[in-house]
Design a protein around this ligand. Structure first.
Ligand SMILES: [Zn+2]
Length: 491
């Protein structure tokens, strides 16, 4: 059973004190968990000549090398190192590394204590990374980690200002990915009714709309693309949205213009005061973080948990730490987990404005916040970066441009080769459906100009489509996740 008081206290503790608590938690975690039980990090520490007791603060962590996605892929590909990132307690490691009192408790507790220990460290759940460019990487959770994940989501609910009797519709895709399970566990942990719809593929959009009406859903959670689709369909079907007070989006970046479009549909369906906020989470953290309510065009940033993990911000070129509030790549170290754990993991996410420890101007919480303006670091393996016509383009910029245009209802980007010739030139095509009452031809020039401005690449073709056709191209009702970017170029 969680203690909400712990979080309330943390969220009101001054930053200097929080940093001290974080350093102490890190030091203990390294000494008693990470070094003794992780085969991977024991080797990393030894190779760097760092003894676990020398890590007393976040600054000391900098003596250790980064962990990259490539490290995880390589470890997973080799049967001998497959479980390298998983904490495995052995009697010998406990004897050498645990403090006397902790060992004594284990001895005095006898069989029951040993069984509790086994339970808390044995994986019973997995999620996988997503991404087209590489094999999915498995991350193991133990019962302890499921408690931590539930606690993380409980904090998102608290930050959002949710009342305990709010019913939540979980439209995240039903899949072995973090988002669906984080939301579901949040309900288990806090005793809220979470309706697991699984998104469009499982229940269909009509099914989701019926659920909102019948169950008087207060809170809708899903991916930006699918939630927008559902809200538009609600307007078309005349669904009563008057019970909805909150929408939380995850798994993708949320452009402010899209928030405003969602609020318009919600209010047309009878919703009153409604907030739309974003979340940030990733498989390697096995956790997500949320924004507190703010106006749609301003973001307070993602509120993170200094007792459960550490965010460093580095210069992606040199690896050196940058100052507070400066742009840089986010690097994550878990300090609370069992199962698969990473230390100094390079997320590949560049936070514009980095991390701040200033109290939040919207809610007053003192815990640190990660800027919600995130971009991919120029890593050629990253999912969203691709070379089009010789220019490196972040596809998410094109996505932001199209989602923000008030006249555009739905869109899809198609990349292909001229005449389907593998050696031919790249072609960038945009398909879009205009919103009701907007003349499609009037949008073509704007789309062309805005994409050129954002990416320095001009689309070769911009095609207006009917909404019905475009929803089919996207696979909105049939795919786990809609196909926003279709890369038809031979690999
Ligand atoms: Zn806040």
């Amino acid at each position: 059973m969680r203690s909400p008081r712990t979080w309330e206290r943390l969220a009101a503790t001054p930053a200097a004190e929080l940093r001290r608590l974080q350093d102490a938690t890190l030091a203990r975690y390294v000494r008693e968990e990470l070094y003794p039980f992780s085969a991977r990090y024991r080797r990393v520490f030894d190779a760097a000549g760092v003894e676990p007791r020398q890590v007393r603060s976040v600054d000391d962590l900098r003596r250790l090398p980064f962990t990259t996605k490539q490290d995880l892929l390589e470890a997973q590909a080799n049967p001998e190192t497959k479980r390298d990132f998983v904490l495995v307690p052995t009697p010998g490691a406990i004897r050498s590394h645990w403090p006397f009192l902790r060992k004594l408790a284990l001895v005095v507790g006898g069989t029951r204590s040993r069984e509790a220990l086994r339970f808390a460290y044995t994986p019973n759940f997995l999620t996988f990374t997503t991404g087209r460019s590489s094999e999915p990487v498995a991350f193991a959770y133990t019962p302890h980690d499921l408690d931590v994940l539930g606690e993380g989501t409980a904090r998102i609910l608290d930050i959002a200002g949710s009342a305990p009797d709010e019913r939540i519709l979980n439209m995240m895709p039903f899949a072995p990915h973090l988002a669906f399970w984080a939301v579901t566990l949040g309900g288990f942990t806090t005793g809220r009714l979470v309706l697991p719809s699984g998104g469009g593929k499982v229940l269909g959009t009509h099914g989701n709309l019926r659920m909102i009406e019948r169950m008087k859903v207060a809170w809708i959670v899903g991916t930006p693309g699918y939630v927008y689709h559902v809200l538009r369909e609600a307007r078309k079907e005349g669904t009563d949205l008057s019970s909805v007070v909150r929408v939380t989006l995850g798994a993708e970046k949320v452009p402010p213009g899209l928030k405003a479009k969602m609020i318009e549909h919600l209010q047309a369906g009878g919703a009153g005061q409604v907030t739309v906020s974003g979340t940030y989470g990733f498989t390697e953290a096995r956790m997500a973080f949320g924004e507190c309510p703010s106006s749609p065009d301003e973001s307070p940033g993602y509120h993170v948990y200094p007792d459960l993990g550490i965010f460093e911000v580095i210069d992606p070129e040199t690896g050196d730490p940058v100052g507070e509030g400066e742009d840089g790549e986010l690097v994550y170290t878990g300090i609370s987990g069992h199962g698969s754990v990473v230390c100094r993991y390079r997320t590949g996410d560049l936070a514009v404005g980095g991390v701040t420890w200033e109290p939040c101007p919207w809610c007053g919480r003192t815990t640190p916040r990660v800027s919600s303006e995130l971009r991919r670091v120029s890593d050629r393996h990253a999912l969203s970066l691709t070379k089009i016509k010789g220019t490196l383009v972040d596809l998410s910029h094109i996505g932001t441009v199209l989602s923000e245009l008030a006249g555009v209802d739905e869109w899809q980007v198609v990349l292909r080769k001229e005449d389907d010739d593998p050696l031919g030139l790249d072609r960038l095509e945009v398909r879009f459906a205009a919103r009701q009452g907007v003349e499609p031809a009037s949008l073509i020039d704007t789309i062309k100009r805005e994409i050129l401005e954002a990416t320095e690449v001009a689309p070769n073709e911009i095609t207006p489509c009917s909404l019905e056709d475009l929803l089919k191209f996207l696979g909105m009702e049939t795919e786990m996740k809609e196909k926003r970017f279709l890369d038809l170029r031979p690999q």
